[in-house]
Ligand binder design. Structure first.
Ligand code: PEP
Ligand code: MG
Length: 324
């Protein structure tokens, strides 16, 4: 329809609220093939580069050179747009048999994401060195998945420092400054956001995992997956807490879970304090349009009302009413 056409026509423009607050609207990508459609859809950059594709369906981990080539090709395709790369988020539903890690009774509560990286510096360090090489030439940011504690975040920073030193020692250029962020997708991380925020450049909320861990409902189990609803007021409370902590630390908080791609939720997330949204490419024009139709006062009021409700269904009704 007409609204659809006009959203598409303006997709490449940056998205500002009515009162002039810029919201970065970025793409989630999971392969090099996803980049052209993301740019075509109007992405301001990549807000979540899932790097698992480099590691799956093979017999051994990709080498530093191989990874560098992939990240460099992606950064070149983005032509100066920022690229936020998430380190390997294996484990849980994405085991890598060649790593030889033992099977676990509860993989979603086991060695996944950053936990695996810290147990296997052989894997994490190779990836970080490849990323540091590319970050010397392109606006590449690094983020760590499944952070649960401040100690883990500090250990991740130490790994970044190791990588930068190794590249410098090899006589190669290193980035002047490498931005590092934490994903907020474990309830303890959201509750500790005020401790994490001063030690990172950004926080990116993974509402898919955050919802499943807050509601204790496996997102892959269809009998309970509907419980893991990111619009549940308890999840919204943790989003607000995270965004507040980011504001105090003068860094930005974004959302890269599926909720970010729901245009109806855009004013709510802005009202909760979120300033970056990353989503699958087709949603970008619509979310940008929803940003343009919002202003901070009404977004704040909407967020306050949503937080006073008792269920995801009530929040969804509120968003529908607000949109018409
Ligand atoms: C999330 O958990 O919300 C997220 C963006 O990461 P993934 O879906 O890859 O777990
Ligand atoms: Mg996740």
């Amino acid at each position: 329809d007409e609204a659809d056409r006009s959203a598409r026509a303006r997709a490449a423009e940056r998205a500002m609220t009515r009162d002039g607050v810029e919201i970065e609207v970025a793409a989630n990508v999971g392969s090099l093939d996803d980049l052209a459609p993301a740019i075509e859809a109007g992405a301001d950059g990549v807000g979540l580069f899932r790097t698992e594709f480099l590691f799956l369906d093979r017999d051994q981990a990709p080498t530093e050179d191989e990874q560098e080539a992939a990240y460099r090709a992606a950064a070149e395709a983005l032509d100066g747009r920022p690229m936020l790369v998430r380190t390997l988020d294996a484990g849980a539903d994405k085991p890598l048999p060649y790593l030889g890690e033992p099977a676990e009774p509860n993989p979603f509560l086991g060695v996944r994401g950053l936990r695996l990286g810290l147990l296997r510096p052989d894997v994490l360090d190779v990836q970080l060195r490849a990323l540091v090489r590319v970050a010397a030439d392109h606006p590449l940011r690094v983020m760590f998945p499944m952070v649960a504690t401040l100690d883990e975040l500090r250990a991740a920073h130490a790994a970044v420092d190791r990588a930068v030193n190794a590249i410098a020692d090899a006589g190669r250029r290193v980035p002047e400054r490498l931005e590092v962020g934490a994903m907020i997708e474990v309830p303890s991380a959201a509750l500790a956001a005020d401790r994490l925020a001063p030690e990172v450049d950004f926080l990116s909320i993974g509402t898919n995992d955050l919802s499943q861990y807050v509601l204790a409902a496996d997102r892959g189990n269809e009998r309970v997956a509907s419980l893991a609803d990111a619009l549940d007021p308890t999840v919204l409370e943790l989003i607000r807490r995270t965004a507040d902590a980011a504001g105090v630390a003068r860094i930005w908080a974004g959302v890269c879970g599926e909720l970010a791609g729901d245009a109806l939720a855009a004013p709510l997330l802005i009202g909760l304090g979120v300033r970056e949204l990353s989503m699958s490419a087709p949603a970008i024009p619509h979310v940008k349009q929803a940003v343009r139709e919002t202003d901070l006062d009404s977004a704040d009021a909407l967020a306050a009302e949503a937080l006073s409700l008792s269920s995801a269904a009530e929040v969804r009704d509120l968003l529908r009413t607000h949109a018409v």
